[in-house]
Design a protein around this ligand. Sequence first.
Ligand SMILES: NC(=O)c1ccc[n+]([C@@H]2O[C@H](COP(=O)([O-])OP(=O)(O)OC[C@H]3O[C@@H](n4cnc5c(N)ncnc54)[C@H](O)[C@@H]3O)[C@@H](O)[C@H]2O)c1
Length: 298
Amino acid sequence: PKRAEHLAAGGVLPHGLPAAVGAELAAADREIRPGGPQPGDSRSDDELIADFAADIRDFADRGGLAGAVVVNVASTEPAPDSSRLPASSLYAAAALRAGCPYVNFTPSTGLHHPSLADLAATSGLPHAGRDGKTGQTLLRSVLAPMFLQRSLSVRAWSGTNLLGGGDGAALADPGAAAAKNAGKERVLADALGAAPEGEVHIDDVPALGDWKTAWDHIAFDGFLGSRMILQTIWQGCDSALAAPLVLDLARLLLRAHEKGVEGPLPELGFYFKDPDGDASPALAEQYATLVGFAGSLR
Ligand SMILES: NC(=O)c1ccc[n+]([C@@H]2O[C@H](COP(=O)([O-])OP(=O)(O)OC[C@H]3O[C@@H](n4cnc5c(N)ncnc54)[C@H](O)[C@@H]3O)[C@@H](O)[C@H]2O)c1
């Protein structure tokens, strides 16, 4: 409820909405269970997975739910560097063990851990990821195919992001930022056939709150090598861009599960920076694939 008030004060949510849904938010808050592992936790990875799976089953049972979908929207983790599973992978394994479809909306490892490959392949459950595509990468997945189709050769594609909010703070950690930027750069390499020169930077600017600014600078060549530049400035509200995607994904995964669809869903590449499989990186083609997939679930 406090977070909703903060979002309303910041102009993200309509004034009055937090009060109107206050009871639902308080009920959701009461469902929060400690994740982990907490510092000093002596449980093994398998024990943690079993405990988290029991929490998820208990939630579904108490609510009398016909189905539940687990969506990871926790802070970006740095790439794992120990033999222990990172929290995102513990939660992903717990979701499948509890019989729930799973979505990874973050760049964190989740089901992409080598020791979870068997579970992901044999769970019989649908799953999708990774890292929601809501701003800079969304725009890149529209523009990059244009350069290719017009034979405009991209020499360099550089980007800078100014982020407030919790995500900006988490991505101030170079390890977490590296995990995030790998996904952002993948779309260019896939769409253009090779990664152009240029890097992506993320700066934490707490004063921006939920808004972020993404600046892209694209140097490209036209006929006979004539040099040109395109610059784009995206000013978006992260929460408002992400929330409807999370709702879509929960509903699509639940329906896919009901229809007996299992395994990774490259058909949902429209939503992700780093999608499963080798589907087209171009947004228009991803949308056509999504519409076809949604039609097959009717
Ligand atoms: N437009 C978007 O908002 C967008 C787009 C793509 C991806 N993402 C990803 O979604 C994630 C969340 O973004 P955000 O802006 O909401 O971040 P945020 O910092 O506002 O919220 C993250 C929440 O996760 C919690 N958390 C951290 N570690 C946890 C753990 N181990 N177990 C349980 N909870 C944990 C934090 O306490 C915090 O409440 C990030 O990984 C971000 O990169 C967001």
